[in-house]
Design a protein around this ligand. Structure first.
Ligand code: CTP
Length: 413
């Protein structure tokens, strides 16, 4: 989508650089931003100087580089609060584990973290670190908090790392960062592609009781649906999130309704339909539930039935009922398939009457369920778009952008 970078013309981009090896790529990024017509101010952390020089960054940006909260000369030219207000967007690339921790806790111990707190501009970060560090629960927790605060996480890419490891943690390439900033600028003024639209998203598993202590469920974490809800919010939509058990927190502006069973989910979805324009079913709904959930714990030794058999009855197909209701302008489903992925999904889209379906192959256990990465294909009436392996947050962002473009006429009718 190269033509999209024209959105950057005239934008004020504040580029924050923290101390990771990927910082050596930032002069290229600045150069591309300037070529796209943006004004760039660069702020470095003390450690970033180990990997790239302020002289190069000053040369390509055409502006002096800032790195100190207490630099009287720089403050006299443009105070840090003025700089925070100047920015239309802030990008931190690379964002190290330490920078991410500071941002997640609202720590204002250096110029860059202070600017992020003091600025009303949207903040995007491009994490870059060793794959083991990236996958550490502390880093993942901090990223989840930042995302819930509305920060956009771009990448990281997966592959060979400077330290010799292989895995997720490579900074997203400058060209892709440029595209991501251009997408953000479509939504940066608060009038994104889904402004005036209400989007209802289901996510997570459902849980179907067998008895008071046991249930049938699945491995869904709800992360992909959370990311879709967050991207829809950032695209200007009012978002209703209907979440199954165990789904992590969402942004405060997202109206969240927690449910347990498929039947609860069905009811909450239908309550939301009168105000819904776009329905996106990401939830992994249990197709069947025990016919007779027991009020008391089922005992192990039951002479009358030594082979335990569980009778199941079908749950409602929620998304198909949304289509049938005719109350919603656009209905988008998700499908997790283990075999004949694309054909199954094409058939499912047609069978359920969906405007589009997003399919992923869950036979590859390194992505999908419980992973922060996913690889999906968007199938719609007139074509298919393959998104490749990417973090769920980035997939959600591109998906919402594509849905906004594909169904523009339906949504704005
Ligand atoms: N879905 C739903 N209600 C159900 C089952 C599924 O709303 N009872 C939605 C999901 O949220 C998803 C889409 O339907 O958007 C496809 O889910 P999937 O489980 O792949 O569909 P099934 O119809 O259950 O197909 P399969 O036979 O492959 O399980």
């Amino acid at each position: 989508m190269p033509e999209m970078t024209s959105n950057l013309s005239g934008q004020h981009i504040l580029l924050g650089i923290s101390g990771g090896i990927a910082a050596y790529k930032t002069p290229i990024l600045v150069r591309r931003l300037v070529e796209a017509g943006a004004s760039v101010q660069v702020v470095m952390t003390a450690n970033a100087h180990q990997f790239v020089t302020a002289t190069s960054l000053q040369a390509v940006s055409g502006n002096p580089v800032r790195d100190d909260l207490w630099d009287a000369g720089a403050e006299a030219a443009m105070g840090h609060i003025e700089l925070a207000r100047w920015a239309d967007q802030i990008l931190i690339a690379p964002a190290t584990a330490s920078m991410i921790a500071r941002l997640a806790t609202g720590d204002a111990s250096d110029l860059l973290s202070t600017l992020c707190l003091a600025s009303p501009a949207p903040v995007s970060i491009a994490p870059a670190m060793n794959q083991q560090m990236y996958q550490h629960p502390a880093v993942q927790r901090n990223l989840a908090s930042l995302q819930a605060d509305g920060c956009r996480i771009i990448g990281p890419d997966s592959g060979d790392q400077a330290c010799g490891d292989r895995g997720p943690g490579r900074m997203t390439e400058p060209e892709d960062l440029l595209t991501a900033l251009a997408e953000q600028s479509l939504t940066g003024d608060g009038r994104g592609p889904l402004t005036d639209c209400t989007v209802t998203v289901t996510t997570g598993p459902t849980r179907e009781a067998i008895d008071p202590v046991r249930y049938i469920s699945n491995h869904s974490s709800g992360l992909q649906g959370l990311a879709v809800a967050e991207s829809a919010r950032r695209a200007g939509a009012k978002v209703i999130l209907i979440a199954g058990p165990g789904v992590a927190g969402a942004h405060a502006e997202i109206e969240r309704r927690d449910v347990t069973t498929a039947q609860d989910m069905y009811e909450q979805v239908h309550n939301a339909l009168p105000s819904t324009d776009v329905f996106i079913g990401v939830a992994a709904v249990a197709d069947y539930r025990p016919a007779n959930a027991q009020g008391q714990k089922i005992k192990r030794h039951r002479q009358e039935e030594p082979d335990m058999r569980l009778a199941l009855v079908e749950n409602p197909d929620i998304i198909a009922s949304v289509v049938q209701s005719g109350q919603v302008k656009v209905v988008v489903g998700f499908a997790a398939e283990t075999n004949d992925t694309l054909n199954n999904a094409r058939e499912k889209r047609a069978r359920k009457g969906l405007d589009a379906i997003v399919v992923n192959d869950v036979s590859d256990h390194s992505i999908g369920f419980n992973s922060s990465n996913n690889a999906v294909t968007l199938i719609h009436e007139n074509g298919e778009i393959d998104f490749g392996i990417q973090p769920k947050t980035e997939i959600a962002e591109q998906l919402i952008y594509q849905l906004g473009a594909l169904f523009k006429n339906k949504i704005t009718l």
